[in-house]
Design a protein around this ligand. Structure first.
Ligand code: FES
Length: 145
């Protein structure tokens, strides 16, 4: 193998390892939880936000009765933001990436409060009121917050 091929093969290997590591870390940090459907909404345990080293920034709540999951961000000081993970452009399911939700269909992006950061979406995400009761959160599905 000549020098040029050796360097090229080495670079491809390094990039591959780096990408794989990033993918594994991002998958590892996402927490999916099954909420409990109640009369006024869906509840999740506050323990779902706990990690060995602190608090998760968000969890994704799923339930068979919901077409789209809800991303619940811990915004600090016992406050939470619950966002329907449905893009307001054409309805694709959003993906969470740190403090943003992004749309794989056409690239719209939203912040952790549901505000549009990047078009083509023009409307903010649907949000829900969240109340904290003892060791759980209730996401009120009856109305927008
Ligand atoms: S459906 Fe999300 S940007 Fe088009």
């Amino acid at each position: 193998m000549d020098r040029r091929k050796f360097i090229k093969a080495g670079c491809i290997s390094c990039v591959s390892v780096s990408l794989l590591s990033t993918l594994v870390q991002s998958c590892k940090s996402v927490k999916y939880v099954s909420g409990n459907m109640e009369a006024n909404g869906i509840s999740v345990s506050l323990k779902d936000f706990e990690t060995k080293n602190g608090q998760r920034p968000y969890v994704i709540v799923q339930h068979p009765d919901m077409q789209y999951p809800i991303c619940v961000y811990n915004t600090g000081n016992n406050n939470y933001s619950a966002l329907l993970m449905r893009c307001t452009h054409q309805g694709a399911e959003l993906q969470v990436s740190g403090d943003q939700l992004t749309c794989p269909a056409h690239g719209s992006a939203f912040d952790k409060y549901g505000k549009v950061l990047q078009s083509p979406a023009a409307e903010n995400l649907r949000t829900f009121p969240v109340s904290v009761a003892e060791q759980s959160l209730l996401i009120d599905l009856r109305k927008k917050s």
